[in-house]
Structures are given as structure tokens and as C-alpha cells.
Design a protein around this ligand. Structure first.
Ligand code: BES
Ligand code: MN
Ligand code: ZN
Length: 514
């Protein structure tokens, strides 16, 4: 991964291949953001005019590269758009900095080192620039025969030219200041784990089945000192995990339930995180039509996010217990698959009529929610690419939040906003429950089509232990990005919700919640 450093150099003195400066949309013309003063001076105080002449507008994500002037050590200046300039006396927002740093890092692929001379007023802003740079520099090349991760295949050019930026040096930060140092370390751990989640999501399903995912958890647990326990198909069958078994039984690759836990001696609270980990969702016997299954390797994004958040909590040694539950299965059609109409007996003892085998996420999550509840955590948050309905409702950048506790739902919404993740609180209308009434079982796994995302939330709620605060994040929209990269968001797996979960763990540690 790209290295992150804090530097005392100025934009003029930093020894790097390029220096990144910010440009924003002012009231009348483009404005150069604070941090670039030394560069502006080298351009005779005319940097804004030069940029404008080159066509820069300051729009978010816009990149303008120019050769630098005498007095600036870096040979290239990269001006990145920050969007609208803030009102006088106000600072640039952290998310604007994160996105701009991401756009710049993407445009700097193939270079060794860049100095980021963006407006960093405090440690949080420096961390945002760091996160943006490390997330923007991400690339996934593990499956290219000519990628820098693999050996160049015969007769193929190596892609070293597009290797990710080697080092991002944050200028204007205070390298010896405790707060800045901690912020940089946090940014590095967090970005590394988000990029780990992205790698898992991007790995095709023929290289990441439930067993292989569990092995990844075991390896990370060993490296970072976490507890890990894996229930295989024998243990799941014996334990009565009808949801996980019912979804996984059509596949050659059997299901797993992973418990991965960070504990801390000073912890007063325990947070349980539950992730949907469908390593491939074909829909099962209720097969998805072509056009709807090409990206379904991403259906383990919830488990990847939970995994990444727990490991981050360990790397940051947060004084809170964080237990991750990865509900892993592959949803495939076959002679052994669950049929529409089958009834499953879940881990909780409840029976479920499976009307649609494509509504599999709620089945594996139900078992994991019941199991997580047995340990009486202070709160449970599940994360899942659960419904197409949530994508229809909120689009591709925003996840939905449901909860059995309004204050908790609001807290998560505010935390997400604070860390730069778009989310929206969704209701759980009680009248939608009767759509899931089944003539043969306690509940069906499908109800009204209208409000399908909310129906799924109501289903999950039934498997949460009595009196436990719970929230459900439906990340079906933002988990996987199919369009062109933007800001720090690459094509493919995004790592959606990891930043929210980590900040939630920190808040819980600080005693700010419940
Ligand atoms: N994994 C899908 C949901 C999904 C859709 C995720 C698009 C990412 C992008 C989920 O398992 C699913 O198939 N849900 C069904 C539920 C329905 C059958 C009740 C859906 O949303 O159509
Ligand atoms: Mn499905
Ligand atoms: Zn699914």
C-alpha cells in the first residue's frame, strides 16, 4: 500500500515528483486553497490566473497538471478541485479534502512520491487527506497476468507504469504533534483495512468461497492478535443453524460462521457486528436473470466491512470489545439446493418458509443475529447488501439505516455523516409484517414487494434478542461501484460502512453511546 508520511516541508521545499495543491470555486473566479502559498509565490502570485487560463474551475475532482516554476522543488504541480470555496472564516470540509486527495492520488498513479499541500487546519483534516490519498491510490491487480502483483506474462508489458502512488507526504501537518501522529496512524490502519475489504469484495467467487474467506479471517486474527472461531458445515448442522445451512446447501462450497473478536482489558462495552457474507448470489433455484448476477461476487460486502472494522479496532487497540460475526455461504441452484416452498428451522428455533431463494441474505443473517444475541452485547449492528429495493430508494451512494431504537439509528446516521459516508434513516412500518405471514411456518422470507428493503429489516428484527439495541445497514447501493472512479472511490468494491463502524466502535469506547 501507499506509504503515508507527515512532512515539515513546505509546498516549495518538498522533495517529490509532484506537489498537490487545492483549487476551489470562488464567488467570481477560482481561488487557490491555503497550503499552496509557497507555490503561488513561485508563480509570481498569479497561480489562480494561470490555473484559470489552463481551464481550471475548481470543480470537485477536477485535476490540472502543470510544470512547476523556479523555487518549487517538485517538478510538477497538480491542482485538484475542492468544489465551492467555504464562506469566509470557515474551513474546507473533511469530506471535500478526502475526495480531492483521492482524485489527486488516482491521477498520480505511476509516480513515487507526492507532497499534499492541501488546507489541513487540524489533525482531523490531515487524517482526511491521508485517508483520501490511500483510498484513492488503491488498485486491484491480483488477477492480471501483467499486473504488478503478478509476474509479467510472456510477451506482455508490465503495468508498473500504473502502479499506485508510492508515498503521500502530508504537508502543513505537525509531524511531532501527538494528535497529528495519532491521526495519521489511524488513517493508515483504517485505509489499509478498507482496502483489505475492497480486495475481498473484488476477488472473484471462484477464488473466495466461505472456507477461503474464513481462512482470511484466521490469518488476520493471528497477525493482529484477535480471537477467532470458525464453525464449519458439520458444526453448523449440529448446532441447528438452519438459515446458514439452508442457503449454503446447494453449493459445492459449504457455509461457515466466523466469530472474530477484539477484546480489551479496559473495555466497558461490547459491540457486536454481523455481516452478510454471500460469496456468490446466483439467486439459487429462484435464479437471478442475466444482467442481475454479473456483480454478485459483491454480496459478501457486509461481512468484508465487519471483518475490516474488527481488525481496525484491534490495530487501534480501542478500549471496547468488538465481536464480528461473518455469515458466509454461497447461494447456488443444484439438486441439493433449498427449493421455494421449503421450510427451514432456524438457529433461534423459529421456522421460515422460503418463498424465494433469492432472499437468502436475511436467512444467514437471522442465524448470526440470534447467535450474536446469546452473548448479550450492548448493541448489534448488521451490515448487508440486502435488497435491490434499497438501491431503488436511495441510489448507489447512500446506505439505509433501520433500527429498533430511534436514538441509535440517529446516532449512526450522524456518525456516518461525520466520517463522510452517505446514509439515510429508514422506517420499519409494523403493518408490513403481515405480508410475511406464512400458512405453514412462523414467517416467510418474503413479503410485500413495495417497501422491500423495509420488509427485509422487519424480518431481521425478529431474530434479535429481546431488549438488545440493534441497527441494520443495507449497503446494497454503495457497496460496489460500477461506474468510472471518482474521488477516492474506485471501480468495484468500495469498503462502504467501514468508516462508520470504526467510528461507532470509538464512540462506544468513549462511552458516548447508550
Ligand atoms: N444480494 C441481493 C440484493 C442486491 C441487489 C445486492 C442488488 C446488491 C445489488 C439479495 O440477496 C436479493 O437478491 N434480494 C432480493 C430480495 C427479494 C427476492 C425479496 C431483491 O432485492 O430483489
Ligand atoms: Mn439474493
Ligand atoms: Zn444476496
Amino acid at each position: 500500500m501507499t506509504a503515508l508520511t507527515l512532512s515539515t516541508s513546505s509546498a516549495a521545499t518538498v522533495r517529490a515528483d509532484a506537489v498537490v495543491i487545492g483549487v476551489a470555486k470562488g464567488a467570481k473566479s477560482v481561488v487557490v486553497a491555503p497550503g499552496a502559498e509557497a507555490v503561488d509565490k513561485a508563480f509570481g502570485g498569479k497561480l489562480a490566473a494561470v490555473l484559470e487560463t489552463l481551464g481550471a474551475t475548481g470543480a470537485e475532482g477536477e485535476v490540472t497538471k502543470l510544470p512547476s516554476a523556479d523555487g518549487v522543488k517538485a517538478p510538477v504541480v497538480l491542482a485538484v478541485g475542492l468544489g465551492d470555496a467555504p464562506a469566509k472564516g470557515e474551513a474546507y470540509g473533511n469530506e471535500a479534502l478526502r475526495r480531492a486527495a483521492g482524485s489527486a492520488a488516482r491521477a498520480l498513479a505511476g509516480t513515487k512520491k507526492a507532497g499534499f499541500a492541501l488546507p489541513v487546519e487540524d489533525a482531523e483534516a490531515a487524517a482526511a487527506v491521508g485517508e483520501g490519498a490511500l483510498l484513492g491510490a488503491y488498485s486491484f491487480t491480483a488477477f492480471r497476468s501483467n499486473g504488478q502483483n503478478g509476474k509479467a506474462a510472456k510477451g506482455r508489458k508490465n503495468e508498473a507504469k500504473s502502479a499506485p502512488l508510492g508515498e503521500a507526504a502530508i504537508l502543513g501537518a505537525k509531524p511531532r504533534d501527538k494528535e497529528f501522529k495519532a491521526a495519521a496512524e489511524r488513517a493508515q490502519a483504517l485505509a489499509a483495512e478498507i482496502n483489505r475489504a475492497r480486495d475481498l469484495i473484488n476477488t472473484p467467487s471462484n477464488a473466495l468461497d466461505p472456507k477461503q474467506f474464513a481462512a482470511e479471517a484466521q490469518a488476520a486474527a493471528k497477525e493482529f492478535g484477535l480471537q477467532v472461531e470458525v464453525l464449519d458445515e458439520k458444526a453448523l448442522k449440529k448446532g441447528g443453524y438452519g438459515g446458514l445451512m439452508g442457503v449454503g446447501q446447494g453449493s459445492e462450497a459449504p457455509p461457515r460462521l466466523v466469530r472474530i473478536a477484539h477484546t480489551h482489558a479496559d473495555a466497558e462495552k461490547t459491540l457486536a457486528l454481523v455481516g452478510k457474507g454471500i460469496t456468490y448470489d446466483s439467486g439459487g433455484i429462484s435464479l437471478k436473470p442475466a444482467g442481475h448476477n454479473e456483480t454478485m461476487k459483491c454480496d459478501m460486502s457486509g461481512a468484508a466491512a465487519v471483518f475490516a472494522a474488527v481488525v481496525t479496532a484491534a490495530r487501534l487497540d480501542l478500549p471496547v470489545n468488538v465481536t464480528g460475526w461473518l455469515a458466509l455461504a454461497e447461494n447456488m441452484p443444484s439438486g441439493s439446493a433449498t427449493r421455494p416452498g421449503d421450510v427451514l428451522t432456524m438457529y433461534s428455533g423459529k421456522t421460515v418458509e422460503v418463498l424465494n431463494t433469492d432472499a437468502e441474505g436475511r436467512l444467514v443473517l437471522a442465524d448470526a443475529l440470534t447467535r450474536a444475541s446469546e452473548e448479550s452485547p450492548d448493541a448489534i449492528v448488521d451490515v448487508a447488501t440486502l435488497t435491490g429495493a434499497m438501491v431503488l430508494a436511495l441510489g448507489h451512494r447512500t446506505f439505509g439505516i433501520m433500527a429498533n431504537d430511534e436514538a441509535f439509528r440517529t446516532a449512526i446516521h450522524e456518525i456516518a455523516e461525520e466520517v463522510g459516508e452517505q446514509s439515510w434513516p429508514m422506517p420499519m412500518p409494523a403493518e408490513l409484517r403481515k405480508g410475511m405471514d406464512s400458512p405453514v411456518a412462523d414467517i416467510a422470507n418474503m413479503g410485500d414487494r413495495m417497501g422491500g428493503g423495509l420488509v427485509a429489516g422487519l424480518f431481521l428484527k425478529e431474530f434479535v434478542g429481546e431488549g438488545i439495541t440493534w441497527a441494520h445497514l443495507d449497503i446494497a447501493g454503495p457497496a460496489f461501484h460500477e461506474g468510472a472512479p471518482w474521488g477516492y472511490t474506485p471501480k468495484g468494491g468500495t469498503g462502504s460502512s467501514v468508516r462508520t463502524l470504526v467510528r461507532l466502535a470509538e464512540r462506544t469506547a468513549a462511552g458516548d453511546l447508550g
